[in-house]
Design a protein around this ligand. Sequence first.
Ligand code: GLY
Length: 272
Amino acid sequence: VKADGLAAGKGVLVTPDRDAAVAHATFWLAHGSVLVEEFLAGQEVSLFLVSDGHTVLPLSPAQDYKRVFDGDEGPNTGGMGAYSPLPWLPDTFVDDVIESVALPTIRQLASEGTPFIGLLYCGLIVTDDGVRVIEFNARFGDPETQVVLPRLLTPLSGLLLAAATGQLGSLPRPEFSTDVAVTVVLASEGYPENPLTNRPITGLADVENVTIAHAATALVGGEFVATGGRVLSVVALGADFTEARSRAYAALDIIHLEGGHYRTDVAKRVAE
Ligand code: GLY
């Protein structure tokens, strides 16, 4: 059951419990429309493709962690972490998605006189019956972008220029580092329902081997404070997922936000 008009996946209830689905739909029907979708069982994959309106070039697949708590428990969020690449995907996955999802979409939009030039975000579920589209976005994904772009060896600017000028067909596929990447989101107490903000964040100057992506922070009197639900992400690269995870979580041990919470199982399933 999906409540229409809410941002970043919030308001979506994915459940096998019919009573919970009815209660959720009844609540949101009082506020607007409700969309009921087929339940798709399987791993979620985000694949970003650059499009010039006629052809596409794929970036590297990533996986988002949508639920707020470990073990995919709790409500949906905008995304609590991500990793890339996805070693469990078949080698043909990206080509299959280009042929069965991305190119038909791009061609249809072109045939309607509205060619799509930009970043096509394919939100996919790998079901037992094949790949299904759960959503499209006309933008990069957050937090998946934090694990895709640090691995991109091909300059992004050249890809975007080729997309804007209709030249993507003359470029080879973008190349990616063999390093893997993990990002973990630090969220405010109460996120996603009712985040408590304006609390200080400490330790940011002391972390090593990671990049901090600020999302909802502000500098107040020389001190960082949290200003929203998803506060910041800790992005780590590594030779393998064990290394990238240990770098990310070591940094999160140092960073402090009162009541702050993060998932401890991001990329756990792919770490050796
Ligand atoms: N991480 C989900 C999104 O960007 O929509």
